[in-house]
Ligand binder design. Structure first.
Ligand code: HEC
Length: 159
């Protein structure tokens, strides 16, 4: 009698363990499946994003290259023609500071000032459209300024 009771308890115990194990395993399988699905969805989203980034990078790459080129040319136009009055850091001197100057948001104002000169600033109309576009791009994007590119066509329209 006592033995039977013990063996029943053991049987019941084993069954309970088996059920628990089954539930545990199938639960984990379910989880594993779900996380695989998530991963697949994430990968698909990442692929889409990569494709969009690539398309964007192509456009941005060209613009970055044009900007970098104008910055290089503009830096040398600036140091030969403007730096003496506006400072090597755009901090100003005989001329006003160009670093942080909100006047530089206007391409028209820069073009007029450089082509015509001002009260105390000489005219630089001898510079080519390309050189003025380059120096305008340079002062608009140096020393913390971020006002964007200026093209030769922009300058030509102000001649
Ligand atoms: C001889 C000194 C001198 C030189 C060289 C000079 N500038 Fe100026 N610049 C000035 C002065 C002074 C002003 C203030 C307006 C005026 O009196 O014409 C000025 C104003 C400006 C302005 C308008 C900014 C403002 O706050 O009014 C810009 C933009 C500018 N200069 C860009 C240039 C560029 C680009 C060059 C080189 C191609 C250059 N300057 C060369 C003296 C100079």
């Amino acid at each position: 009698m006592a033995m039977k009771l013990v063996s029943r308890k053991v049987t019941f115990g084993l069954a309970a363990v088996a059920v628990a194990a089954f539930v545990g395993v199938s639960g984990q399988l379910g989880l594993a499946q779900a996380s695989e699905d998530d991963e697949a969805a994430e990968e698909a989203a990442a692929d889409d994003e990569a494709a969009a980034d690539e398309a964007e990078a192509e456009g941005a790459g060209e613009e970055d290259a044009a900007l970098a080129q104008l910055m290089t040319e503009g830096g040398s136009v600036y140091s030969s023609n403007c730096q003496a009055c506006h400072g090597n850091e755009g901090q100003g001197g005989a001329g006003p500071a160009l670093a942080g100057s909100p006047i530089l948001t206007s391409i028209g104002t820069i073009s007029r000032q450089v082509i015509d000169g001002g009260d105390r600033m000489p005219s630089f109309s001898q510079l080519s459209d390309r050189q003025i576009a380059a120096v305008a791009t340079f002062i608009r994007n140096s020393w913390g300024n971020e006002f964007g590119i200026v093209t030769e066509e922009d300058i030509a329209s102000w001649r």
